[in-house]
Write a protein that binds this ligand. Structure first.
Ligand code: PAF
Length: 307
């Protein structure tokens, strides 16, 4: 399968590296970070995993989507704030039958992709992996988790099965769901509980549970999200999203969340698509979301310092 990874950050590299280990796949990493791209092309992609240093050489990295051309599968891994722009500048990757798979955090990605290429070729899902960028050509796989994918309209399809088999062969645990909106909300609630709190406190995911006062904030933020989801009529996959969020904290204990990495790297965060999405939907539906509002305010305060 010809696979283009749009956005070779930590997660893009993690999936790109693993998928490239299967000889029948041809994997391209596309990113604007030139130093990173040339490091990968020179020495391969280095991935720290469970104390081992793995080197993936069977992939091509580029800043130029015309070098890639139409792919069978395009995995979109840019930050949610950049999705629309990334699809626009990588138009050459999307042919008539290219499947666009988004496993990104936050709300609004499907709409941004659909705005550029239409809905019919989009598959959405979630990932519970955690990864950290260590430097040009170097990432750490910091937490192992499941990938869950589904068609936007809930049907089962041959293309889902194909992706399932390619991912499984690459050692990526994968499941198919017929409730993709529920899935996206399940993951959103995890990010609502973990990302802003780690961004503010600078703690690793697992460390949030070492402090009862932070654990309580995590619980309240997720509960507000659950109330919004219910008011919106979303059918969540987890019966206890607070417990699930804490499980993800434990499974990715050593990871610095993507939002913490953004804060530390002085980058714009995904706050508007995560806790901000809960506040926005809550306002619309008349559901109070004070904890999420405070978390948004604090992260936006950090972002202001970077402007
Ligand atoms: O955004 C992240 O960092 C990840 O989605 C997760 C699962 C919280 C792990 O760090």
């Amino acid at each position: 399968m010809k696979i283009a990874i749009i956005g070779a950050g930590a997660m893009g590299c993690l999936y790109g590296g693993k998928l490239s280990a299967i000889p029948s796949n041809q994997v391209f990493l596309i990113d604007v970070w030139e130093e990173h791209i040339s490091a990968i092309n020179k020495e391969g992609l280095y991935m720290e995993e469970k104390g081992e240093l793995l080197n993936y050489k069977m992939l091509t990295a580029t800043t130029d989507p015309t070098e890639v051309g139409n792919a069978d599968l395009a995995l979109i891994f840019v930050k949610s704030t950049l999705t629309e722009q990334a699809i626009k500048v990588n138009k050459e990757v999307f042919g008539e039958d290219t499947i666009a798979l988004t496993l990104q955090n936050g709300m609004g990605n499907i709409e941004s992709i659909a705005g550029e290429i239409g809905e019919k070729n989009i598959i959405a899902g979630t990932t519970a992996h955690g990864a950290t960028m260590l430097g040009p050509g170097r990432v750490r796989h910091a937490g192992v988790g499941k990938t869950i994918i589904g068609e936007l309209f809930g049907v089962s399809s041959r293309r889902l099965k194909e992706i399932e088999s390619v991912f499984s062969e690459a050692g990526l645990e994968i499941e198919i769901s017929n409730n993709v909106m529920g899935l996206i909300w399940d993951k959103l609630l995890v990010n609502v509980g973990i990302n802003a709190l780690t961004g503010i406190t600078k703690l690793k995911n697992g460390e949030l549970l070492h402090f009862p006062e932070l654990e309580e904030l995590l619980e309240e933020a997720v509960k507000e999200g659950v109330a919004v989801a219910k008011a919106k009529g979303v059918i969540l996959g987890f019966s206890d999203p607070v417990a699930h969020t804490k499980e993800v904290c434990k499974a990715t204990a050593e990871n610095r969340s993507s939002m913490l990495q953004d804060v530390l790297n002085h980058k714009h965060t995904e706050i508007d698509m995560i806790n901000g999405a809960i506040v926005k939907e809550g306002k619309f539906l008349g559901v109070p979301t004070p904890v999420n509002q405070v978390l948004c305010g604090l992260i936006r305060f950090f972002e202001k310092g970077e402007e």
